[in-house]
Structure formats: structure tokens, C-alpha cells
Design a protein around this ligand. Structure first.
Ligand SMILES: [Zn+2]
Length: 56
């Protein structure tokens, strides 16, 4: 699997927070406004708002 696809998958087993995918043209998580490149390594990004576990 490619690194790109891994970034978009949700793996709750790793224990990281799940953030909402950035809006088009931005590089910050839509849930909390944090830069996606600054998120902890275990955190994940999803396009499904129902899977987001991020606590602002
Ligand atoms: Zn977030």
C-alpha cells in the first residue's frame, strides 16, 4: 500500500486521534484548525465526520 493511501485510512488500533480531512485548498484539519503536517504521528485523517475523534 502506498503512503498516500495510508494517510487517509483510519486505524483506531494505533490510538491516535482522528481528524477531519482539510477543506479543499487548505492544509489544516477542518475539525480543529491544526496543520496536518503538525499532527502527532499516530493521528489520522478521515473524510467521514462520523469517525472523527478529535477533541479541539
Ligand atoms: Zn482535529
Amino acid at each position: 500500500m502506498s503512503k498516500r493511501s495510508t494517510m487517509l485510512q483510519v486505524d483506531v488500533r494505533r490510538g491516535g486521534a482522528v481528524h477531519l480531512c482539510p477543506r479543499a485548498g487548505t492544509l489544516v484539519a477542518a475539525c480543529c484548525g491544526r496543520g496536518v503536517l503538525e499532527l502527532p504521528e499516530n493521528d489520522r485523517i478521515t473524510e467521514d465526520a462520523g469517525l472523527v475523534t478529535c477533541r479541539r
